[in-house]
Write a protein that binds this ligand. Structure first.
Ligand code: ZN
Length: 195
């Protein structure tokens, strides 16, 4: 690879973020992106946290012609190890799905480094947890992003645009992976925190 100064390298990379509550269509947008990227001949890699087993193997990001992207599962590695694993795959479009589940400091470090190396990083995740607190690295990444898309769901109580996820039942931990069985999308006014 030709030598470049730091400035040029930084300009080459890009960070795109898709943020929104559950049921706001983040995965649909990722699928649309993967579709276009693969048609353009890009090599797409999806990086996922190990415990996001919500839909088992069915939650793969794939293009509309049903080709799944290559996936890498991360389970507690330090940033250098994560970086090495990603770089070994030689992808140029790197997707971090459910980015709120990654360790905040680690994932920001890895993403900055990938960007510096000229890669296009796409992250998708929840901005808020069920108590309306910032969730993981998502809001920090929103500030760092070159392209931002904030999606809304529809409030299941009043029909307004919804930016929050309400946990109907379950534990008190910030992470409690589930889907329609445990969560609904609600607007700020309707949102309740059950203790
Ligand atoms: Zn509402």
């Amino acid at each position: 690879m030709p030598k470049q100064d730091g400035k040029n390298r930084r300009e080459k990379g890009k960070l795109t973020i898709i943020a929104g509550p559950m049921f706001s269509g983040k995965t649909g947008k990722l699928v649309a992106m993967v579709d276009v990227f693969t048609r353009m001949g890009h090599h797409v890699l999806t990086v996922k946290p190990s415990f996001d087993t919500r839909y088992g193997n069915r939650k793969e990001i794939h293009s509309h012609d049903h080709k799944t992207t290559q996936a890498l599962v991360i389970d507690g590695e330090v940033p250098d190890e994560i970086l090495q694993k990603i770089l070994m795959i030689h992808a140029d479009k790197i997707i971090f799905d459910e980015v709120q589940f990654f360790d905040k400091k680690k994932v920001i470090k890895v993403i900055k480094e990938l960007k510096k190396r000229g890669m296009h990083v796409i992250v998708a995740g929840l901005l808020y947890d069920y108590q309306r607190r910032p969730f993981g690295a998502t809001s920090d990444l929103l500030g760092l992003a070159d392209e931002r898309l904030e999606l809304f769901a529809i409030c299941q109580k009043c029909g307004s645009l919804a930016r929050h996820s309400e946990r109907m039942h379950g534990g008190k931990g910030q992470v409690d992976v589930g889907a329609a069985d445990k969560y609904i999308a609600v607007c700020e006014k309707c949102h309740k925190i059950y203790q």
